[in-house]
Design a protein around this ligand. Structure first.
Ligand SMILES: [Zn+2]
Length: 173
């Protein structure tokens, strides 16, 4: 019986682009802040910050739709899974913050705004000027999670080596 072979991501994205795009999709849910101010969406609304655009369903769907635009078939599934994990880290980390509104993680199944009971991360204010006033305490509270993400990233990189390999010479493209 042949071993299950995963498709390589190399033909669709260069190696450097995988962590870069994963990082970009991980910050993308916060674009809802700009939408909220631009369209004057009330803070409690489903469309407001940490609402539908922070839901697990939305970020996973976004990851797979974008992956499908870049690749096809099984390659899109692998890329979508990488991006979905990155995107999902965003609402989960927001739920560890000590302020702001809760996250509609389970929307559309529930519109409850949720936090974890352990909330060690200092919330970042929405304004850039306010952020710099508290930058040190915010960044310090985020540091253990950055270190954890780095270790996880290195682990994923090790695990994902087979996906990143160039196709062997002579193999069909
Ligand atoms: Zn957020």
């Amino acid at each position: 019986m042949p071993a299950i072979e995963f498709p390589s991501l190399r033909p669709v994205l260069p190696r450097w682009a995988i962590p870069v795009t994963a990082g970009l999709i991980a910050v993308a849910p916060d674009l809802d802040t700009y939408a909220m101010f631009a369209f004057r969406i009330p803070r409690g609304s489903v469309l407001a910050h940490r609402g539908v655009f922070h839901s697990a369903a939305f970020v996973i769907l976004l990851a797979f739709v974008l992956a499908w635009m870049v690749a096809r078939s099984r390659t899109a599934l692998v890329l979508g899974a990488v991006w979905a994990i990155a995107a999902l880290s965003h609402p989960l980390l927001d739920m560890l913050t000590d302020g702001g509104s809760g996250v509609m993680l389970f929307y559309p199944f529930s519109d409850e705004r949720l936090f974890f009971s352990w909330r060690p991360i200092r919330v970042s204010p929405l304004g850039i000027v306010a952020f710099f006033g508290r930058a040190r305490e915010i960044l310090e509270s985020e540091m253990p999670f950055n270190a954890l993400a780095l270790m996880l990233g290195m682990g994923v990189r090790r695990f994902s080596r087979p996906f990143l390999k160039r196709p062997a010479a002579g193999s069909p493209r």
